[in-house]
Write a protein of this length. Structure first.
Length: 175
C-alpha cells in the first residue's frame, strides 16, 4: 500500500501545534507561563503610577487587575503565533529537502518505507508508538515528539484512509 503527498511547512506547523495541544508536559508548561505572565503584569501599572505620581487609587487597582486578566486571556493566542513564527524561521534557515516536498510512504509487512527527493528510510513497526489523527492529518508517532505526518486530503477516499489505518494498526499490534 502506497500513499504519495507533498509535505508543506503548514503540515510541520500543524503537527507541532497538534503535539503541543496534546502533550501533558507542554500543556502544563504553557498554563504555568500563562498564569505567571498574567500575575506578573498586575504589579506593573502599580509601579509606574507610584513612580510618576507617588500615590495609588482604586482606578489603578482595577486597571492593573484587568491588565493581568487580559494578558492571561490573550497568552494562548500569542504563544501559538510565536510558535508558528519560530517554526517558519527554523525551516527557513537551511536545506529541508528531506523534510519538505514530495513524500512516498509505502507499507509492507517489514515496516514503513518513506522516500523523498533526498533520502529513503525504513521505520520498523515496533517503532510506531501510537497512531492518532485530527481533521487534517494522520500522525504515526515514532517517538514521544516525532511523527510521520500524512495529510488526509491525499488519500483517494475515506475507504483508502481506513484501509491504511487498519493496515498500520494490524502490523504495529503484531510488533
Amino acid at each position: 500500500m502506497n500513499i504519495e503527498f507533498e509535505r508543506t511547512i503548514q503540515d510541520v506547523i500543524d503537527f507541532n501545534l497538534f503535539h503541543m495541544a496534546h502533550s501533558p508536559s507542554i500543556k502544563r508548561q504553557l498554563l504555568l507561563m500563562q498564569v505567571l505572565t498574567g500575575l506578573l503584569v498586575i504589579p506593573l501599572p502599580f509601579g509606574i503610577v507610584y513612580l510618576v505620581y507617588h500615590s495609588m487609587n482604586a482606578v489603578i487597582v482595577v486597571f492593573s487587575i484587568l491588565a493581568g486578566v487580559l494578558v492571561f486571556v490573550l497568552y494562548p493566542q500569542v504563544a501559538r503565533k510565536s510558535t508558528i513564527n519560530r517554526i517558519k524561521k527554523m525551516l527557513s534557515e537551511g536545506n529541508n529537502n528531506a523534510l519538505l516536498g514530495r513524500q512516498v510512504v509505502s507499507l509492507s509487512p517489514e515496516g514503513i518505507f518513506v522516500k523523498n527527493q533526498t533520502a529513503e528510510s525504513k521505520i520498523n513497526w515496533s517503532t510506531v508508538d501510537k497512531v492518532t489523527e485530527n481533521d487534517k492529518h494522520v500522525y504515526l508517532y515514532t517517538s514521544s515528539i516525532n511523527a510521520l505526518v500524512i495529510p488526509k486530503n491525499d488519500f483517494q477516499s475515506e475507504k483508502e484512509k481506513q484501509e491504511f489505518l487498519a493496515y498500520v494498526n494490524k502490523h504495529r499490534q503484531q510488533k
